[in-house]
Design a protein around this ligand. Sequence first.
Ligand code: MN3
Length: 206
Amino acid sequence: MTFTLPELPYAYDALAPFMSAETLEFHHDKHHKAYVDKGNELIAGTGKEGASLEKAMVWAFKNNPGLFNQLGQHFNHIHFWNWMTPSGGGTKLPGNLESAIKSDLGGYDEFRGKFVQAGMTQFGSGWCWLALDNATGKLEIVKTPNGENPVVHGKTALLGCDVWEHSYYIDYRNARQKYLEAFVDSLVNWDYVGQLFEKGPLKIAA
Ligand code: MN3
């Protein structure tokens, strides 16, 4: 087996009431597992079986859309679990990241507004992101459809929120904005985002 489903970095009920154990059980145990299983099935015979996830994902984006859907979502969800933490969210950002958000996006309030807006305006399934443009070194807010992510567009994913209905429908029904606001205000693991920021542009291993 090439790819494996990581354990959640916290208990299933640790993010309640902002994200329930029922949501995490379905989202991690069923949806993420399906991306891993299908990805392993579809990568067989492509010659990419031994490649890093990131390398195989970027290759598949251009060459094998069916495989890309699975690998993109595997990458996105590995980070998504780590982008949340109990008692997270809010304005306690690591200093360097906070400074960059201020200079590139106008400040925390502007970040929050643009991030939620990107999630609200992603029509259908997809993700909204705080990304680092590898070429300019600037932070930006972007959105992507389905399993796409900033990495396949030459950017580094610093923070992403899953706006597929499977991520919020049990807890928020159709209120996507309430879910996005709860994610930013009460769930974001700013320490993890700060670690990714300090690493700089994503280096893709062979
Ligand atoms: Mn998902």
